[in-house]
Design a protein around this ligand. Sequence first.
Ligand code: MTE
Length: 299
Amino acid sequence: MAKRWNNTLTEADVTPYATYLNRRQLMAGAAGLGLTSLAGPLAAGDLDPNSWEEITSYNNFYEFGTNKGDPARYAGRMTTEPWSVTIDGLVDRPGTYDFRDIMAAMTVEERIYRLRCVEAWSMVVPWNGFELADLLAMAGVQDGARYVAFETLLRPDEMPGVSRPVIEWPYVEGLRLDEALHPLTIMATGLYGKPIPNQNGAPIRLVVPWKYGFKSIKSVVRISLVKDQPPTSWNKYSAREYGFYSNVNPHVDHPRWSQASERRIGGGLLARREPTLMFNGYEAEVAALYEGMDLAKYH
Ligand code: MTE
């Protein structure tokens, strides 16, 4: 298997927490002076990140239980070393890639993204990660590939939640190839400059910021390049409620609740709900992917 490891960035090289906080102050100052370019073209609106505590204690990771505190309580049982990701299907260099080799080959950067759960709560998360496009380029995407399928680890002795058939295990997700190759789509490996905690999807999880959070599948062990639209966990559970696309859209309600507004975690009890933004605030970057599509039909 031909591998070209031309870069040696590792978790140790990502922004330390203190540097991160300093940069935040710098960015806040720069924003005050109108120097918004420092915040980067990928920023969308007010991106004051949630705290480490909030991001790592209020989670959805159903393999460890369905309560928001279950992942923080139980995900520590998940063994994440060694870890490998199998990349297969329509690729030139299929194989099982060791997580450390992936990290050595990829350039890790910080991305501060909104996260909007389909349950109508939201956070802002400072991820560290690399573009999925770079990982797919390493494997060499073949011509016939049109979709990318993802799979989470399934290890029942370490995952108390999978003894119940809440959804069909393992958790699976999918993207259209152009969505997967979009520069906003990352594989996250860190949070606040530290390795990503187990409850947030260690050691490597997908983050697609313009889609409902359930598309951002955690603890990925397989990535397959395929011809046909792959099955996805929540769509199998209820196709009417959870579409394959699941782009954040304030105009398309969930059958059981409105998607027009959201509750920002950490806002406090008296905080007003905030209006939900089209494509979660990333409309300028991603709307072209869906030109001419009926977004209510392809929800
Ligand atoms: N991935 C797996 N494997 N299992 C899950 O239950 N929950 C999803 C998504 N990825 C989930 C998952 C949902 S509903 C959301 S909102 C996000 O993870 C939550 O990510 P966070 O806990 O890091 O905020």
